[in-house]
Design a protein around this ligand. Structure first.
Ligand code: NCD
Length: 473
């Protein structure tokens, strides 16, 4: 079976960073450059902001729907739309909408499409933006869905890196902080891998390492080499492991010095130091202790001498105010770039006449049609923060998965991986424990436990019966 959105959309959604090709990202940056050149204050290398208004988006309306707090993302999207000459309708506080009456995302966006030309959505559950995109014809932009992704923050991050370094390929980028729950980290790490940067992932404290499904994906889909090292002699957080992520795809390898493949022995000179805050609101299991703050002392090592310090903000204690005065701290410029970058994205998504040459049109094929397993009964995503577990949304959502390997699934909403405990063959009506047998995907039925299989009339494969009976008695 193929996964199709509920209906074929003519517009494009930006739910994950995968929804944009590298060429499209570069196109957006070229348009952002035009906005900066024509409407920007200051010169290259100085602090630059957008001023004034163009009439490009006159008559267009953007809806901003934020179910979680936001300062930069919402204000910069709204500012971007207004500077494009369009207008904004907003629900910064969802308690003022029918959400408090139990209205679902699917219904909300189907109503909003009559009132606006695009929707920007932030939600605490992972996969919420995918649901919104599936239920409306107008473009949906994910402004952060739980700990999953935040693709437009990545556009701002990459744009800042590119302005500073002229290239993304071969940069040594240290990602520091809450790598487990930080959605900005997840979108950024995939993009950096795609553009051929070398990534050093350093959790702020043990327990905040990159999630397994992100690791798997970096290795399997982005052709990254991942090596772990306890050699943190150069870092103030000696108790944590460091993960080195180096792209190994041939076209990316060409951009790398062979020496870089040996970086597990010593930390390279860092070009970018990307700091993130502890996401306490998303994680009640981790003790956020000993999360060292990045300050002048921290950055005094020679390796960080020319590193630019970025942060998606807001900061809590993990980035000292000292760095505001340091030439390396460029996070306020990074936040300011949010306006030209989001102006460019909106102009490209809305196919504004003046942005004709930059329009983002067809949906990349792999996103509109994916091999799927739709779990009508039984199987559920095991990520409790997935939108399919939301009390209101679960009433109409069918847990749906793409095949990662024939018998390993990925949730289409939150992208967590799932290894079903038991699998069955829909033709023979037999089931077995997952690892022991291969079943073609068109006959595959997955179960979380044996009871589910038996409830649906499946019988255990004969060869396994005795073993299972032992277990069951
Ligand atoms: C981030 C977010 O909301 O994910 N902020 C942002 O959008 N600029 C980072 C965070 O909240 O830590």
């Amino acid at each position: 079976m193929q996964y199709k959105q509920r209906h074929t959309k003519t517009s494009r959604d930006i739910v994950t960073i995968e929804d944009l090709t590298n060429d499209e990202i570069m196109k957006i940056f070229s348009l952002a450059d035009i906005f900066l050149e024509t409407m920007g204050t200051g010169n290259e290398g100085t602090s630059r902001r957008i001023r004034g208004v163009t009439p490009w988006a006159k008559g267009f309306i953007l809806a901003t729907l934020f179910y979680e707090p936001s300062t930069r993302t919402r204000f910069s999207f709204e500012s971007a739309m207004q500077r494009l000459g369009g207008s904004v309708v907003t629900a910064a506080d969802p308690s003022t909408t029918s959400v408090t009456k139990g209205e679902t995302i699917a219904d909300t966006v189907r109503v909003l499409e009559s009132y606006a030309d695009a929707i920007v959505l932030r939600h605490p559950f992972e996969g919420a933006a995918r649901v919104a995109a599936d239920y409306t014809d107008i473009p949906v932009v994910n402004a952060g869905d739980g700990g999953h992704e935040h693709p437009t923050q990545t556009l701002c991050d990459l744009y800042t890196l590119q302005k500073k370094n002229k290239t993304l390929a071969g940069l040594n980028v240290l990602l520091y902080g809450d790598l487990k729950n930080g959605r900005t980290i997840h979108s950024l790490i995939y993009a950096l891998a795609r553009f051929g940067a070398c990534i050093i992932a350093v959790p702020g404290t043990p327990g905040l390492e990159l999630p397994t499904h992100v690791h798997t994906r970096l290795r399997e889909e982005y052709g990254c080499d991942l090596s772990t090292s306890k050699n943190t002699a150069d870092l103030p957080m000696k108790q944590v492991d460091v993960v080195y992520v180096t792209p190994t795809k041939p076209h990316q390898l060409a951009l790398l010095d062979t020496e870089e493949l040996k970086i597990e022995i010593s930390l390279p000179k860092i070009d970018i130091f990307y700091v993130t805050r502890p996401q306490r609101e998303r994680d009640h299991d981790t003790a956020f202790q000993n999360y060292p703050s990045v300050d002048r002392n921290f950055l005094s090592n020679n390796r960080f001498r020319d590193a630019s310090v970025l942060h998606p903000l807001p900061r809590v204690d993990e980035l000292s105010y000292e760095i505001d005065e340091d030439r390396r701290g460029i996070y306020f410029q990074q936040a300011a770039y949010g306006v030209p970058v989001r102006m460019a994205l909106l102009a490209a998504l809305l196919h504004l006449d003046e942005a004709r040459d930059f329009a983002i049109t067809k949906q990349p094929e792999e996103n509109s049609e994916r091999q799927v397993y739709s779990a009508e009964q039984g199987l559920k995503c095991d990520n409790s923060r997935c939108i399919t577990h939301h009390p209101n949304e679960s009433a109409y959502l069918t847990p749906t998965f793409t095949y990662r390997t024939p018998q390993s699934l990925r949730c289409v909403y939150c992208e967590h991986e799932l290894q079903p405990a038991f699998i069955g063959n829909s033709t023979t009506r037999k089931y077995t424990s997952c690892l022991s047998k291969r079943i073609k995907s068109k006959h595959l039925v997955c179960f979380s436990n044996e009871q589910q299989a038996r409830d649906r009339g499946f019988e255990l494969y004969k060869t396994q019966r005795s073993e299972s009976e032992k277990v069951l008695t």
